[in-house]
Design a binder for this molecule. Structure first.
Ligand SMILES: NC(=O)c1ccc[n+]([C@@H]2O[C@H](COP(=O)([O-])OP(=O)(O)OC[C@H]3O[C@@H](n4cnc5c(N)ncnc54)[C@H](OP(=O)(O)O)[C@@H]3O)[C@@H](O)[C@H]2O)c1
Length: 268
């Protein structure tokens, strides 16, 4: 199954497009001729990217600045996008952030905000746009999870739990959509060179995570868009990440959890 055909009134809504994987997915989709609507807090960055994409690929590129942790701002997004006269035919739920501290050492506000951005905003946008896609019988959703989804993560417990939520929700809804013209694909990257580690406060990650595990945002973006075009349920980019995901899913917790804790603490 292919992605919906680009058209003047259709857009690909990409959250977290001001950096990293979201920015790369915006480039990838625009390169395939899709108009894009870019969402994040840093509007100046979104504007620069939108100008580049419309000039380079001749697509319509809109900017909608919003803090997805903010309930009111999130609730207002669909109205702002429909005022632009656009139908969201591709939704990329990518915005997210992590953390690298034990649960009790992390500020309550940060934990709540992580759940708001990583889970509630994703669920909310999916709840708004999936019914519209089904009415048109065409559309595609890409939800960015993580290899963190495959096992609990002592040292980043809330982040791991948010990504397990994203993967579980996505796989179930993918199955519910079978037989329709709409698809939903979860993407579970391992370490990707972006601003993520800095935003998460994972100071040691760049040195501690073996070089062979790192992927580029561009490579993850291409695999994400290809997987959505193929109507896949979930993908884990990278052979080593796929092996890690399998281990994370099947290793007995009593052995796996102390090892994960030790490895994770070394990256702090
Ligand atoms: N990098 C990795 O190693 C890795 C691995 C697996 C999964 N992931 C997932 O991939 C996704 C993208 O991460 P990335 O690596 O590209 O990180 P990044 O470079 O830090 O980009 C994160 C994006 O999310 C946006 N964002 C964060 N908080 C937001 C908020 N409150 N409201 C609106 N937008 C917000 C940021 O925009 P503003 O700051 O401008 O708002 C930015 O555009 C995340 O869901 C992450 O969990 C990353």
């Amino acid at each position: 199954m292919a992605l919906p055909q680009p058209s003047d009134s259709a857009t690909a809504l990409i959250t977290g497009a001001s950096a990293g994987i979201g920015e790369a997915i915006a480039r990838e989709l625009a390169g395939h001729g899709h108009g894009v609507t870019l969402v994040a807090r840093r509007e100046d960055r979104l504007r620069t990217l939108a100008d580049e994409l419309s000039e380079r690929f001749g697509v319509r590129a809109e900017v909608v600045g919003a803090d997805l942790a903010d309930d009111a701002a999130r609730g207002d997004l669909p109205r702002r996008i429909s005022e632009l006269g656009l139908d969201v035919e591709i939704l990329v739920n990518n915005a997210g952030f992590g953390g690298g501290e034990d649960f009790v050492r992390t500020e309550r506000e940060r934990l709540l905000s992580m759940v708001e951005v990583n889970c509630v905003a994703l669920l909310d946008l999916q709840a708004v746009y999936l019914p519209q896609m089904l009415e048109r019988d065409r559309g595609a959703v890409i939800n960015i999870a993580s290899t963190a989804a495959f096992q609990p993560l002592p040292g980043a417990a809330t982040y791991g739990a948010t990504k397990a939520f994203v993967l579980s929700l996505s796989e179930a809804v993918h199955e519910e959509l079978k037989g329709t013209g709409v698809t939903l694909t979860a993407v579970c990257p391992g370490p990707v060179k972006t601003e993520f580690t800095e935003a998460a406060g994972l100071k040691g990650a760049d040195e501690q995570v073996p070089g062979v595990l790192w992927m580029s945002a561009e490579s993850v973006a291409k695999q994400a868009v290809d997987a959505a075009a193929d109507g896949k349920r979930a993908i884990v980019p990278g052979l080593l990440n796929r092996a890690g995901a399998l281990t994370g899913q099947h290793a007995p917790r009593m052995f796996a959890l102390p090892i994960v804790k030790r490895v994770w603490r070394r990256t702090l």
